[in-house]
Design a protein around this ligand. Structure first.
Ligand code: UDP
Length: 489
């Protein structure tokens, strides 16, 4: 690695799968285009992405995975609590961000010892302490923003103009000033971390470091949302590097399958099952890495899928059952009645691979940005079912701007801190109607599907010598031309 080409990018994700995965993709694409990459993680998180680490080693890709010990005990967190996934209490989120900020010193020491000095830090928006590290090392900090430009612009405006400051009712709609067109947003359906009590200091720090960052990197592509990329860039007054969909730069399917976590299904079996289905006939149902579905909602989804009579591949997180040995809470006889046309994956699915299989023809999504961009890349129309954070804004983009989606419900999928009675349930007939409308009799309504296909082509074009490809090359050149720590004085 020491002979690897410069520049040297130091990537620091936030430790949640939805934040780590795009950074793994970024590490691969930078390495593929001649950069050296250090990927900062922690021992627990490194174990989760072990197959990615092993595969990179096997293929001799110049990515160095650096596990730094997180001082959990010092901030009052249980040992090994190194990922947002393990957090059950809201106040633990802040403790975890405190623990991460304590990596400042070990990280500086580590980077100072490297024979190839770091050229820049690219760190997640939720790791604002890394701004100080970059300044101490005399290198630029680029902020990785895991949102699309549409949601990034909303988040920035909401926070900058403090539009919810005097709004008590979470559902009250407020016009977003400064947005390129009329848009109404509510507190309850905006990026959560930025307006809930207890997060004020953290969120002010994020905004401050966003202002101080050299530039912003995002996993979107210009042609998908040019109006919002331009507006966001103008608003924050700095370059927004749209370099997505990042995973499309990687042609090694086994890296893509297991990035984030080891799949809970035999990949060969899953692909053969899809091979056996008719082209464009399967609906893929998944709500990302964090959401857990309450039992009563699981039952409604099951019955809605059953009634739709369409083939489906449904991912249910494995802790949606009382214990590892118990069966899932599904309606009696459901699996028998849908045998042959339904496949359930309990745990982690190789999602990006599944979505790009030709038998998949639609996607029920919680509108996390990674899932959305993966759905767009696969040319799939979507049933949107957001439940928190910026997912409502992504739904707005999918349904009303890009017009490739159909909304079915809101917030019935929960995170683990919500109680069942805080959750509204979307009923089986609503689900059935949405599925039948999306998938149509054969291949679904032509216009929506045609638009989705167009986006797929645009995404492909962006990474094959198009806007995203050019931005990656320019980004690497830009960082190289700024020199490394030794010549920035
Ligand atoms: N993912 C996956 N298998 C799963 C669940 C999620 O591969 O079983 C991946 C998915 O492809 C996406 C990421 O995890 O890349 C989820 O990110 P997203 O922004 O969609 O949602 P979040 O998990 O952050 O809510």
């Amino acid at each position: 690695l020491d002979d690897a080409p410069n520049p040297h990018f130091v990537l620091i994700p936030f430790m949640a799968q939805g934040h780590t995965i795009p950074m793994i993709d970024m590490a691969h694409l930078l390495a593929k285009h001649g950069a050296m990459v250090s990927f900062i993680t922690t021992p627990v998180n490194a174990a989760r992405i072990q197959s990615t680490i092993d595969r990179a080693r096997e293929l001799n890709i110049p990515i160095r995975f650096v596990p730094l010990r997180l001082p959990c005990a010092e901030v009052g967190l249980p040992d090994g609590c190194e990922n947002v996934d393990e957090i059950l209490e809201k106040d633990q989120v802040m403790k975890m961000t405190d623990a991460y900020s304590m990596l400042h010193k070990p990280l500086v020491l580590y980077l100072q010892e490297q024979s190839v000095p770091p050229s820049c830090i690219v760190s997640d928006l939720c790791q604002p302490w890394t701004g100080d590290v970059a300044r101490e090392l005399g290198i630029p900090r680029l902020m990785f923003n895991g949102f699309c430009a549409f949601a990034s612009l909303c988040r920035y405006l909401i926070h900058q103009d403090k539009i919810f400051e005097n709004v008590a009712d979470g559902d009250e709609l407020v016009i977003l000033p400064g947005f390129p067109h009329h848009l109404e947003v509510s507190k309850a359906r905006s990026p959560g971390n930025f307006n809930s009590p207890g997060f004020e200091k953290f969120s002010a720090k994020i905004l401050d470091e966003e202002r101080r960052a050299d530039s912003v990197v995002t996993n979107s592509f210009y042609e998908l949302e040019p109006l919002y990329v331009d507006s966001y860039q103008k608003r924050i007054g700095k370059r927004v590097w749209t370099i997505g969909p990042m995973f499309l730069f990687n042609s090694d399917t086994s890296t893509i399958a297991d990035r984030g976590a080891k799949a809970s299904v035999n990949q060969k079996y899953c692909m053969e099952w899809l091979d056996s289905m008719k082209r464009g006939s399967v609906l893929y149902v998944s709500f990302g890495s964090m959401a857990r579905t309450v039992v009563s909602q699981l039952e409604e989804i099951a019955m809605g899928l059953e009634d739709s009579k369409r083939p489906f591949l449904w991912v249910i997180k494995s802790d949606n059952k009382p214990s590892e040995t118990d069966k899932l809470f599904l309606p009696e006889g459901f699996e028998e009645r849908t045998r042959g046309r339904g496949l359930i994956i309990q745990g982690w699915a190789p999602q990006a691979l599944i979505l790009s299989h030709p038998s998949v023809g639609g996607f029920v999504t919680h509108c996390g940005w990674n899932s959305t961009i993966e759905g767009v890349s696969a040319g799939l129309p979507m049933i949107t079912w957001p439940h928190c954070a910026e997912q409502f804004l992504n739904e707005e983009l999918i349904v009303n701007v890009l017009k490739v989606g159909l909304a079915v419900g809101v917030q019935s999928i929960t995170n683990r801190t919500m109680k069942p009675d805080e959750v509204s349930i979307v009923k089986r007939d609503q689900i059935e109607r949405a599925v039948v409308e999306l998938m149509g009799k054969e291949t679904g309504p032509e216009e929506r599907r045609a638009r989705a296909k167009e986006l797929k082509e645009k995404a492909r074009k962006a990474i094959d010598e198009g806007s995203s490809y050019n931005n990656v090359m320019q980004l690497i050149e830009y960082i190289s031309s700024r020199g490394t720590r030794t010549d920035v004085q």
